[in-house]
Design a protein around this ligand. Structure first.
Ligand SMILES: Cc1ncc(COP(=O)(O)O)c(C=O)c1O
Length: 435
C-alpha cells in the first residue's frame, strides 16, 4: 500500500539529521565484509556498572513497595507521576534556592518530545498567518532540533564567532552582532553543554540571550540534557541559569535512563500549562515506571552523587585520551581545531579549508575502519551556504581508551593525506591559521 501523505506526513516520514546518517552507519557495521570497525559515532551513553546498579536497586525497591500497582497499572496525571514531580521540585528548590511549585513542572516522554511540543506550540504560523521563528542562537547545535517543527521554515539558526583559543583549539561564541530576537521570534533554544561541540555558553552569554528575548516576551528553552545536577556532564564549572522567561529542560537519558524516556521542563506556569495540554492531546502522559525509580534516586541524592562521582569523570577522561592522541599524531601543519571540551559526550573537530567535504572525510575514515559522524547535520536552521558546515566531524566519547587512541591515529593518517595537495600549494595560508 502506498497511502497519500499530507505535507506534515511527508515531512515527518523522513529521517532528519544524524538519524539519516545512522542508517548508513548501521548498514556499514552490518555488512562488515570482514573488516572490524571502531565506532566513534554512537550517541547512546555507555552502560556504566555503578549507574546500572543504581537503577536495578531502585527497581527492586519499587517491586517490593505497595506503590507498584499504582505505578504501572493505572493512568496518572498528565503532568507527571506525583512522587517524581515532588522529588524534582524538592531537589531543584533546595539546590538552587528556588521556590517553584508543581505548576512549574512537566514530565515528558524524553526531552525530544518536549522540544516537539514547544516547537509547534510557540514556533510556526500564528492565527494571523505570522511566522514565529524558532531561534537557535548558536549553530552548530543538536541535530534533533532539525526534525521538531512541523513548519520547516520556522527554524532559524545563527552563525557563531569562532575563537582560536590556542594552537589547534577553538571555541564558538554567540555572535551578538548578528543574533536577532524580535516580535517574530516564537522561542529560543540551545543546548548547554552542547551536543555536538561540548561548548558551554557562559552565564553572561545566557543572561544576554535571555534579556534580548525578555524584551519581546519570548521564552528561552535551555536544553540541559548534559547539565548538572544530573547527568552533570560538564567538565567546566557551570550551574543552570534560571529566569522568568527561561525554561530549564532536563533529560535523564545521559544519567542512564535513555530507554525510559524521561524529560523534565521547569519554568513559567503559563508555558508549562501550554506544553502540558499539548502533551495530553499527544500521548496523555509519559510512562510512570521510569519516573517512579528516578523519584527514589533523586530524593535520596544518589543520582546527583553518582553523576558527579562516576558519569562525569568517565567522559572527562575519554576527552583527555582523545586530546592527547590528537596532539601526538595529528600533523602540526594542518589547520585542524578541536573544540574546547567543556562537557557532553562528544568531541568536535573543525578542519579549516578542508579540501574534501565532511561526508567524503567520513567515507575516507570508514576505509580505515573508523566511523565518525559528518558535521553537516548539526547545522539545522542555517539557511545560507556556509563552507564551515562541511568542515567538521563529531567523535563520540563512548568508545574504549584504545579505540579512541587508534581512531585518532587513523584520523591523523587520513587528514595528512587529504591535506597534502593544499599544503604543497599554499603552505603559508595554512600556517597562518595556526598562530
Ligand atoms: C542536546 C540533546 N538534547 C536532547 C536530546 C534528546 O534526549 P531525550 O532522550 O531526553 O529525548 C539529546 C539526545 O542525545 C541531546 O543530545
Amino acid at each position: 500500500m502506498n497511502p497519500a501523505l499530507t505535507q506534515f506526513g511527508d515531512q515527518m516520514s523522513h529521517l532528519t539529521g544524524v538519524r539519516a546518517i545512522m542508517k548508513d552507519i548501521i548498514e556499514t557495521l552490518r555488512a562488515g565484509n570482514g573488516q572490524t570497525f571502531i565506532n566513534l559515532s554512537a550517541g547512546n551513553p555507555v552502560i556504566l556498572p555503578e549507574v546500572e546498579q543504581l537503577w536495578r536497586d531502585c527497581t527492586a525497591q519499587l517491586l517490593a513497595s505497595s506503590d507498584y500497582g499504582e505505578v504501572v497499572c493505572r493512568y496518572g496525571s498528565s503532568q507527571g507521576y506525583e512522587p517524581f514531580v515532588e522529588a524534582v521540585l524538592g531537589d531543584y528548590n533546595q539546590r538552587y534556592g528556588l521556590s517553584m511549585t508543581e505548576r512549574n513542572v512537566l514530565i515528558t516522554p524524553g526531552s525530544q518530545a518536549l522540544y516537539f511540543f514547544a516547537a509547534n506550540a510557540f514556533g510556526g504560523y500564528t492565527r494571523d498567518g505570522v511566522l514565529k521563528d524558532i531561534v537557535l542562537p548558536l549553530s552548530p547545535d543538536y541535530t534533533g532540533y532539525g526534525g521538531v517543527s512541523l513548519v520547516q521554515e520556522a527554524l532559524r539558526a545563527y552563525k557563531p564567532t569562532l575563537d582560536i583559543v590556542e594552537p589547534h583549539r577553538f571555541k564558538y561564541r554567540p555572535d551578538f552582532d548578528q543574533l536577532e530576537i524580535t516580535d517574530h521570534t516564537g522561542f529560543v533554544l540551545f543546548s548547554r553543554p552542547c551536543n555536538p561541540t561540548g561548548n558551554v555558553l557562559t552565564d553572561e552569554e545566557v543572561n544576554r540571550i535571555a534579556a534580548l528575548a525578555a524584551a519581546h516576551n519570548v521564552p528561552v528553552f535551555v536544553d540541559s540534557a548534559y547539565a548538572p545536577p544530573y547527568p552533570a556532564l560538564n567538565f567546566t564549572d557551570m550551574a543552570p541559569v534560571f529566569g522568568d522567561n527561561m525554561v530549564h529542560c532536563v533529560s535523564l537519558s545521559k544519567a542512564g535512563l535513555p530507554g525510559e524516556r524521561i524529560g523534565i521542563a521547569l519554568g513559567d506556569e503559563a508555558i508549562i500549562q501550554v506544553l502540558q495540554s499539548f502533551q495530553t492531546n499527544f500521548c496523555i502522559h509519559s510512562s510512570r515506571y521510569g519516573q517512579a525509580i528516578a523519584a527514589q534516586a533523586i530524593a535520596s541524592g544518589a543520582l546527583a552523587e553518582i553523576s558527579e562521582r562516576v558519569i562525569r569523570p568517565h567522559y572527562a577522561h575519554k576527552f583527555t585520551v582523545l586530546e592527547e592522541n590528537l596532539d601526538a599524531y595529528m600533523p602540526k601543519e594542518v589547520p585542524w581545531f578541536l573544540h574546547r571540551g567543556e562537557g557532553a559526550i562528544f568531541a568536535w573537530l573543525w578542519f579549516d579549508q578542508l579540501p574534501i567535504s565532511d561526508w567524503e572525510l567520513y567515507q575516507a575514515l570508514k576505509q580505515y575502519g573508523v566511523i565518525t559522524v559528518p558535521g553537516s547535520p548539526f547545522f539545522p536552521g542555517i539557511k545560507e551556504d556556509w563552507p564551515h558546515t562541511h568542515q567538521c566531524i563529531r567523535i563520540s566519547l563512548t568508545a574504549t581508551d584504545d579505540e579512541i587512541a587508534t581512531g585518532m591515529r587513523h584520523l591523523a593518517t587520513v587528514v595528512n593525506q587529504v591535506y597534502q595537495p593544499v599544503l604543497q600549494s599554499s603552505a603559508p595560508v595554512a600556517a597562518s591559521l595556526l598562530s
